[in-house]
Write a protein that binds this ligand. Structure first.
Ligand code: ADP
Ligand code: TZD
Ligand code: MG
Length: 583
């Protein structure tokens, strides 16, 4: 053959090869995520998604492999909260899927965007219940527990499936989405060109929702008439990342405000308008309450009861993106439906230059109460008792966070949660992550891992010993990825208190009691991290500062007086009472 004809043949072969450049379901899933700016996956490998994880890592995504799907799911949920992009949790079929489902429901309950992607068995076998490997109709099971659920059967629909999942997770009230990917989908082949064309980059997935001018005027009329206004900031406001706009509005209003636990730090807790230390007074005495991204659910006693003062004594203004939230517990005099940034920006603009701040009588009353309560608390926080009580130990951690405000605080437990919430001040937005709306134990290590991965900030996880146990094995994950996480286990030998005894005299311990004097610090040492026991607040302070300075994975076993706690922390009143007296 002449050189010319050889060249022609080579060219022809190249054209054919080019035409036949192929892609498959695995790569389309990865490309769809990356196209939408999603670069991190939290999950546990196994059939049929092991290669999906490997290929995602090879494609430059961060793939964090956990020891249990629930913690990968909790990581994805909080990643969604922190970044306003859906956090991705990737699991195997049936049991892995079910392990991830609690976190998906948790994300939905908390209004955080997350996508649980699970591999699943073949439809033909599942639908006829022929008994496939890990057979389960996952889509049907996920549906009632999340905001939306989709299944993709054909590779050419992966782009649409992912786009729908992303938009469903982020738009309106954010939430959890389930995306079902049957094993056979991942191996389906199509040309790379068609594959690329089939993907969708979602445009404006969380559109601004601008409130009507009449709703703004109505809200300002109600606020203007108030003599004793109060603002309550919730974690929806923190999620919105409208920090400057919220601050401008709160400051212009001049009203005292309190923050729900994860909204702490949206404005710094030492802000002169912050009334956290006078919570009971402001809830009771205010005549107008403005909720910004906070629901009137159980965490606020549904806006009713003694702590809210006389029935009918208040008017409510409520900002929320979900119109159905209005009037859920109390009549809302001024519903303001829209996204928080648009709402508070419009409010501030409409207040104009002449807005009159609340009377000094109200502000002085609140300031005086804040001061009295803080003065009363101060000496308790400085105690150096051994064994430590909650105030001494948390007083030490309070100082650490004050000196290191960039630290993200993760917090779960009962007493450990309730005391830390009120004792540890937070100075920056989204720096306090906790059990959320359900009060769920087990969020700790997944949350700490995602917080470190997503933000690069140091993380301090303050954990009840029971709470820690739910996700404790993930300390290996923390060590494996060498994350700057310091875990402090408040070790009081049990749930609420470590002092219960079995009334029968049988050798079984009481249901709330754990092995006495356990050495949780050794768990971290087992995987190459630092493990320390702290018996005094000074010890604790030193150990935490060392950990946060070094950035090394650390677990501090903080020995707490087993008698120090109370039943269910601050929510003991929710326990039903037996008519037969307790033994
Ligand atoms: P908290 O527990 O802190 O009181 P909740 O989870 O009860 O907070 O309430 C958060 C609320 O914020 C939800 O009702 C949710 O619909 C709302 N929300 C979330 N994001 C936005 C947003 N961008 N704009 C307006 N409301 C939002
Ligand atoms: N299971 C789940 C998933 N969530 C829960 N909230 C509970 C069980 C019940 N529960 C609480 O509400 S707090 C708590 C449990 C088991 C643990 C409290 O003990 P702790 O904290 O050691 O974590 P303190 O400091 O001892 O009170
Ligand atoms: Mg405990």
């Amino acid at each position: 053959m002449s050189t010319e004809s050889t060249a022609a043949v080579t060219e022809q072969v190249e054209v054919i090869q080019e035409e036949q450049e192929l892609t498959d379901g695995f790569h389309l899933v990865i490309d769809a995520l990356k196209l939408n700016g999603i670069n991190t996956i939290y999950g546990v490998p196994g059939i049929p998604i092991t290669d999906l994880g490997r290929m995602a890592q090879a494609a430059g995504m961060r793939v964090l492999s956990f020891r249990h799907e629930q913690h990968a799911g909790n990581a994805a949920a909080i990643a969604g909260y922190l970044t306003k992009k859906p956090g991705i949790c990737l699991t195997v079929s049936a049991p892995g899927f079910l392990n991830g489902l609690t976190a998906l429901a948790h994300a939905t309950t908390n209004c955080w965007p997350m996508i649980l992607i699970s591999g699943s068995s073949e439809r033909e076998i599942v639908d006829l219940q022929k008994g496939d490997y890990e057979e389960m109709d996952q889509l049907a099971i996920a549906k009632p527990l999340c905001k939306a659920a989709y299944r993709v059967l054909h590779a050419e629909d992966i782009g649409i499936g992912m786009a729908r999942a992303i938009r469903a997770a982020l738009s309106g009230r954010p939430g959890g989405v389930y995306l079902d990917l049957p094993a056979s989908l991942l191996g389906q082949v199509m040309t790379a060109e068609e594959g690329a064309k089939s993907l969708i980059e979602v445009v404006d997935p969380a559109p601004a929702q601008v409130p009507g001018a009449d709703a703004i005027d109505r809200a300002l009329d109600v606020l203007k008439q108030a003599e004793r206004p109060l603002i309550i900031l919730g974690k929806g406001a923190a999620y919105a990342q409208a920090d400057e706009a919220i601050r401008a509005f709160v400051e212009k209003s001049g009203a005292p405000y309190i923050a729900m636990s994860m909204a702490k730090g949206l404005l710094p807790d030492d802000h002169p308008q912050y009334a956290g230390a006078a919570r009971s007074l402001v809830l009771k005495e205010s005549d107008c309450v403005m909720l910004i991204g906070a629901r009137l659910n159980w965490l606020l006693s549904h806006g009713k009861g003694k702590q809210w003062g006389a029935p009918g004594s208040k008017k409510f203004i409520h900002i929320d993106i979900d119109p159905k939230e209005m009037d859920s517990n109390q009549p809302i005099a001024a519903p303001l439906v829209g996204d928080i940034e648009s709402c508070v920006t419009a409010l501030t603009a409409a207040m104009g230059e002449s807005w009159v701040k609340p009377s000094s009588g109200w502000l002085d009353m609140v300031r005086a109460k804040v001061q009295t309560n803080m003065d009363r608390m101060a000496p308790k926080l400085q105690n150096n008792n051994v064994p430590m009580d909650y105030h001494g130990a948390l007083g030490a951690l309070r100082t650490v966070i004050k000196q290191r405000p960039e630290t993200i605080l993760v917090n779960e437990g009962a007493n450990t949660l309730d005391f830390a919430r009120s004792i540890i001040d937070i100075y920056r937005p989204r720096k306090r992550l906790d059990v959320g709306t359900w009060g769920v134990m087990g969020i700790g290590m997944g949350t700490a891992i995602a917080a470190a991965v997503e933000t690069g900030c140091p993380v301090l996880a303050v954990e009840g010993d029971s709470a820690f146990g739910f996700s404790g094995m993930e300390v290996e994950t923390i060590c494996r990825y060498n994350l700057p996480v310091c875990v402090v286990v408040f070790n009081n030998n049990g749930i609420y208190r470590g002092t219960d005894v079995n009334p029968t005299g049988h050798s079984d311990p009481a249901p709330t009691v754990f092995v006495e004097d356990s050495r949780y610090d050794l768990m971290m040492q087992a995987f190459g991290g630092v493990g320390v026991t702290a018996t005094s607040p000074d010890d604790l302070s030193r150990a935490v500062n060392d950990a946060l300075s070094s950035g090394r994975p650390t677990l501090i076993n903080a020995v707490i007086d087993p008698q120090a706690g109370t039943e269910s922390g601050r929510i003991g009143n929710l326990n039903p009472q037996s008519v037969v007296s307790k033994k």
